[in-house]
Ligand binder design. Structure first.
Ligand code: AMP
Ligand code: GLY
Length: 431
């Protein structure tokens, strides 16, 4: 089977790596891909903002399956456009992807279906914001309604700063783009868990859970990023808690979308806060997480292509997933300055030595291959991913490999997994 993978991040490098292991694969094309993907697969340029360009590419390549990595093409309706032309594609339609692309839609959906989520108000102007923040106690969470790569969320210590943040989002001063709608939300305390599930529109199969580290700084300090590292272990959630999340959050979401006429096929990523009153949905993503996917896929023993096919064909219920026990991590190396401005085009060394560390895969993100030299080409440059019997061993392997890699200004967090190492378990059984 020939597979087209749309995207250029660490997530897509990991998807390509896992799909390439399937004996049924005859060819993989990546669009646009990155430097690491270009070393292993054929990469063709495409603008992920341009649905017609992606459709033209798919029509000329004629893949038997297209896998869409990032949220942008999903929110633009790439799945609808490819399906209309009779092409098989893994991912949700534009309407189903609204669970991610509109926080207002997602919050109202959660409320309609009685799925636990923090109290909120959707606001379209300053007067509505003022009314809403009067009801909440600081800290208050202010979210731009749209796709802002994890950067549209501001946690405000006072009502005054919440009003200012909302103003900055409406005017475009904060994100460089104006927000039409804002969600004001109650602040929740707890540990976050990324609970990713596959769905064929009816059946829901969870993947192993992971915990992301969204802040740039060690000890979870500084601004939010796309994700600086994740770990996945068997003890992150106990089985009763996983079951509760599946029954009360993931399954009702998939059933609700089907009921409302927008069946959801693809990856439903539930971003959860584990609170004293149980798990609460902070956000949905309509796609594989990045870097969650890198850590999750190195634990997957089943054939990923069979699984993606089963989702597209509505056969997920008959397709069991097998996982290796133990743990995995993905530590992201970023360009100095990220998530602010940074330099690109800097040579990367030590990749081969890093890849020789047992149990390690280096997945590329913002890299480019030029005249045989690997160069930096983005904020998150690469993710060193390691699997082992224990979290401590997986971390030791990842950091040993990371120590081999170098580029000017390279930055990575040295405390990935710190919450698990210090408190063992985030989830207690929900009653
Ligand atoms: P979101 O894009 O909605 O997941 O928000 C990005 C990040 O902001 C989350 O991963 C949390 O770390 C934080 N966050 C979002 N909503 C809340 C909330 N209601 N309470 C506390 N932290 C939050
Ligand atoms: N790692 C967070 C995300 O993929 O949105």
């Amino acid at each position: 089977m020939k597979v087209l993978i749309l995207g250029s991040g660490g997530r897509e490098d990991a998807l390509a790596w896992a799909i390439a292991r399937s004996p049924r694969v005859t060819g993989i094309v990546c669009a646009p891909g990155n430097g690491g993907m270009a070393e292993k697969f054929r990469c063709v340029p495409v603008d992920l903002n341009d649905v017609s360009a992606m459709v033209r590419l798919a029509e000329s390549e004629r893949p038997e399956l297209t896998v869409v990595g990032p949220e942008l093409p999903l929110s633009l309706g790439i799945v609808d456009a490819l399906r209309e032309r009779g092409l098989r594609v893994f991912g949700p339609t534009r309407a189903a992807a609204m669970l991610e692309s509109s926080k207002g839609f997602a919050k109202q959906f959660l409320e309609r279906h009685h799925i636990p989520t923090p109290n909120y108000a959707v606001c379209s102007n300053a007067a509505e914001v003022e009314k809403a923040i009067d009801v909440f106690h600081p800290p208050i969470v202010v979210k731009a309604d749209g796709l802002f790569a994890g950067k549209g969320v501001i946690i405000c210590a006072s009502r005054q700063t919440a009003a200012e943040a909302a103003q900055g989002l409406f005017s475009g001063a904060l994100l460089g783009e104006t927000a039409q709608q804002i969600v004001i939300e109650e602040f929740l305390e707890g540990d976050e868990v990324s609970f990713l599930c596959l769905s064929d529109g009816k059946h829901v199969t969870p993947l192993v859970p992971a915990q992301d580290h969204k802040r740039i700084g060690e000890g979870d300090t500084g601004p939010n990023t796309g994700g600086m590292g994740v770990y996945s272990t068997d003890t992150l959630l106990d089985p009763a808690m996983s079951e509760w999340i599946l029954r009360h959050i993931a399954e009702p979401t998939i059933a609700g979308m089907a009921e409302e006429g927008s069946p959801f096929t693809g990856v439903l990523y539930c971003g959860l806060m584990m609170t004293a009153r149980g798990p609460q949905v902070l956000e949905f993503n309509a796609r594989f997480g990045d870097p969650e996917t890198q850590a999750i896929l190195v634990r997957l023993e089943s054939d990923l292509l069979d699984i993606l096919d089963a989702c597209v064909d509505g056969r997920l219920a008959e397709t069991p997933l097998n996982w290796s026990p133990g743990a995995s991590v993905c530590v992201v190396a970023s360009s100095g300055g990220y998530p602010g401005s940074y330099k690109s085009g800097l040579p990367i060394t030590g990749l081969a030595a890093a890849a020789r560390v047992p149990g390690v895969e280096v997945f590329h993100a913002g890299t480019a291959l030029k005249d045989g030299q690997m160069l930096t080409a983005g904020g998150r440059v690469l993710g060193v991913t390691a699997a082992a019997d224990s979290l401590a061993e997986a971390l030791a392997r990842a950091y040993q490999a990371m120590a081999e890699i170098h580029f000017e200004g390279m930055y990575y967090r040295r405390d990935i997994g710190h919450r698990a190492l210090h408190q063992k378990q985030t989830g207690k059984s929900a009653g």
